[in-house]
Design a protein around this ligand. Structure first.
Ligand SMILES: Cc1ncc(COP(=O)(O)O)c(C=O)c1O
Length: 401
């Protein structure tokens, strides 16, 4: 893949006198000029509220906002009316935890996994307390889901399975189709946290046959504060709105109200119009390069990085050591050195990586570790970035010896 760094103005800077090497893409990605321009252009030329005015600017804003639903739908092979814009993955999962459990009975069960981000754990845990539901957990074995155990956890009471497509700590890609088939035979709804997968690989909701899928714009080169909740239309038609207000009602009397069709019934209030337009620009940018090409490029980087990292004495990879069913996220520990110290020394070298628990404390407990350092790639990263990283990790080791 050609070097795309020139499309990302932020990457041209130096940090502490060194060229910036950005390896914290699982946390958030950088934005190409095309996305920044789409947002600026919207505010400079088309800004108006959507669905409300008949004037030219409002029509332009409304068309751009509606087109953004279409663009994001194409990205995951859904229909435009199955795409609800949210603030991000976290809001999508809070939304689902609230509305999907509304009609459940006491002691009904929600099945999660040990490798969930807090976003896909705490909302279910808290709603379970409120509605007296049970949470069951699929354990992790050798950095992958224990499928044998998973199969034994489904019961007649299992109403929802919610799991991550790609772990933000381990990089593991989970067998959504396989677990989804078991779930559907059991009349269990399948929710997929695709925060890490949609930005990095082709995702087809029809092929996955999931019922709901959520992701965030900022992890796929788009702006913060915008994300997507996909739901199968027949299910969206059945569920109640999550929030109420302007833009989502059809009729309002003093006693009652009726709702617009999906997706509008789920988008109460003035939406993040600029965010949606920026996200559509990001999706177009990714599509133009091709998700398969992006996946192949970051897989090559992951293979290269794993090979180099494994040669560092005292370094342990926390995750699968090959690239089969794993994405471009690599966690590691370095014997005797705290992740924050490593992060700080690498920062002095201009390298941005993450250190800590990665919003996955239950997984840290299961693995019996305090935290990891994590590197994660996107399309603008190169082998040279990895070479710089490896050199800096070796230097860190020398400092602490
Ligand atoms: C797997 C996973 N799920 C959920 C989230 C939460 O995403 P957001 O903070 O954009 O809502 C993240 C963010 O790191 C993630 O990696």
């Amino acid at each position: 893949m050609k070097d795309l760094k020139k499309d990302f103005p932020i990457l041209a800077q130096t940090i502490h006198g060194k060229a910036l090497v950005y390896l914290d893409n699982s946390a958030t990605t950088q934005k190409p000029k095309q996305v920044i321009k789409a947002i600026t252009n919207y505010y400079e030329k088309d800004n108006a509220n959507v669905h409300r005015g008949v004037h030219e600017l409002s029509m332009r804003a409304s068309i751009a906002y509606e087109n953004a639903h279409e663009t994001l739908a194409e990205c995951i092979h859904a229909d435009a009316d199955e795409i609800i814009f949210t603030k991000g993955t976290t809001e999508g999962l809070n939304f689902l935890a609230e509305v999907l459990t509304e009609n459940l009975q006491e002691r009904d069960e929600i099945l999660l996994t040990e490798m969930e981000h807090h976003s896909n754990f705490v909302p279910w845990q808290q709603i379970a307390k409120k509605r007296k539901l049970m949470i069951k957990i699929i354990p992790v074995k050798n950095y992958r889901l224990d499928l044998t155990k998973a199969k034994t956890l489904f019961t007649k009471k299992t109403k929802i399975l919610s799991l991550t497509h790609m772990s933000n700590v381990l990089g593991t890609i989970n067998p959504i189709k396989e677990l989804g088939e078991i779930a559907h035979k059991n009349n269990t709804l399948v929710v997929v946290d695709a925060a890490q997968s949609v930005p990095h690989m082709p995702v087809n909701v029809k092929d996955l046959d999931c019922d709901f899928l959520v992701f965030s714009g900022h992890k796929m080169l788009g702006p913060t504060g915008i994300g997507v909740l996909y739901g199968k239309r027949k299910l969206l038609e059945k569920i109640k709105p999550y929030q109420y207000g302007g833009g989502m009602v059809q009729e309002v009397t003093l006693e009652n109200a009726s709702w617009q069709e999906t997706p509008w019934k789920f988008e109460a209030g003035t939406p993040n119009i600029a965010g949606a337009i920026g996200l559509a620009a990001a999706a177009n940018y990714l599509t133009e390069i091709g998700m398969r090409n992006i996946e192949a490029h970051t897989r090559e980087l992951t293979t290269y990085a794993l090979e180099q990292l494994k040669q560092i004495h005292g370094l342990t990879i926390i995750g699968p050591e090959d690239t089969k069913d794993r994405g471009p996220v690599i966690s590691f520990t370095l014997h005797g050195i705290h992740p924050h110290d490593i992060g700080e020394i690498l920062n002095q070298e201009g390298i941005a990586i993450r250190g800590g628990k990665h919003c996955a404390i239950p997984l840290m407990h299961a693995l019996n570790i305090d935290g990891t350092n994590r590197i994660s790639f996107h399309l603008y990263n190169t082998k040279k970035d990895i070479d710089i990283l490896i050199k800096a990790i070796k230097k860190t080791k020398e400092i602490f010896q």
